[in-house]
Ligand binder design. Sequence first.
Ligand code: GLU
Length: 294
Amino acid sequence: MSYRGRFAPSPTGPLHFGSLIAAVGSFVRARARAGAWLVRIEDLDPPREVPGATQDILATLAAFGMVSDEPVVYQSQREAAYRQAFAQLRAQDLIFPCWCSRSDLEARNGLHLGACVSAPDSTRAPAWRVRAADREIHFIDFLQGPQSQQLARDVGDFILRRVEGWFAYQLAVVVDDADADISEIVRGCDLLDSTPRQIYLQQLLDLPTPQYLHLPLALDSDGQKLSKAFSARPVDRHDPLPALRAALDFLGLGDAVRGVEPNPQALLASAIAHFDLSQLRKHSAFAAGADCKA
Ligand code: GLU
């Protein structure tokens, strides 16, 4: 099977440095494997979306030399596929409606396991959870090494459809990656602990499990993950070189692009030509480039 990778931003704001690392890492890895690189916009959470963010992210990626090889997929248009997967799980009696409140969950250490403590309530919509497996899920991450998680103990029965009616990220990502024939998922380490849930759903839905490679996170000077929530500054699409160099440096690919003609395509081409998995940074760290001016 040929290599197919992807970058899946949520349109909650402009592309910031932390997301640029995931975009560049997934792009360079895909091209170094002579593979395709696809973009999926994860617009599944309307209250968190920022108008215009999708166009902004796509224009920024293009300015940095990265354009999806296939039409961009929008999760907001994929409800039928999620509905079908949901029905498949329901037919196997693997999911159940849950009316538990936050305080119900707090009384159980935040973990839902087994029967609901709350009674069914026909006056309001439930969330839908999948029963957590009482077993370890193992996988080997290409960069982070062997991983495992005991879903029942560590995560509990998790939500696949929210009270508001939206399908949850965990379900959507599994369905979308399978439909797009993604062979390897390269993304930030903040999603490392979601991966066992996704592998579990792949198993329940009889879908193939892709390879995984989780990139280190860029931390700010307080050791916090750089994210929109920490108001990391957006990268400047009108002056992509400083942020692109900083992202490549952060990933451990800085040497591959030293002295290269200063344009994004040339930097990426050199990073791809010299890509070496053993050179990739493994651990999250303070990112010197995180303050690239917007
Ligand atoms: N949409 C997620 C994010 O922006 C990434 C999901 C994924 O790569 O699986 O953090």
